[in-house]
Design a protein around this ligand. Sequence first.
Ligand code: G4P
Ligand code: NA
Ligand code: NA
Length: 193
Amino acid sequence: MKELEERIKKDGRVLGKDVLKVDSFLNHQVDPMLMQSMGKEFYEHFKDQGINKILTVESSGIAPAVMTGLSFGVPVVFARKHKSVTLNDDLYTSEVYSYTKKTSNHISVSKKYLSSDDKVLIIDDFLANGQAVNGLNTIIDAAGANLAGIGIVIEKSFQKGRQLIDKAGIPIYSLARIKAFDNGQVIFEEEKE
Ligand code: G4P
Ligand code: NA
Ligand code: NA
């Protein structure tokens, strides 16, 4: 998505060797007009899949997920994060290890908001090692719901997540695909078609 790539070039900052800061439009301050364009873009891509629910993880996934839900006209559920989870029969839970932050979180979704009636589109802000997506997948399976696909705002294609998802054969659409960081510059994958 050209608009997003331009915005990343203009406002993104590369930190260290593999982190992109986008606090001015995605992770702290949020640009709702951009979020709306992204929601429409995800809708155009996935509209024929019978999707009736959007699923993400708090907190930075919520803004793009809500705008996607608005385009589809369907509810948005965000998994909640906890340091630990006391046994609770009303929740689907999963453990998510973050290689970036070197911490482990439990994420959970109430059984009220996910069931075998649901055809789910996962939306998230970043795809790095794929652990968040993996945790959401576990929850979708536990609920007996169906995964229709994954929509990612910014994919770092050089980390493990993309490969894991491709290997699992899950449809994925990333709005910006970063091939590499080169001396603080962002290099995008060439767009096909
Ligand atoms: P993974 O799910 O793909 O395995 O990602 P990982 O654990 O490595 O990432 C942990 C957190 O860091 C996630 O946010 C993820 O969105 C974020 N993240 C990963 N790479 C980048 C990056 O290059 N830039 C930015 N800005 N964030 C990145 P989180 O812990 O779930 O936090 P929240 O912001 O959603 O609350
Ligand atoms: Na996130
Ligand atoms: Na994040």
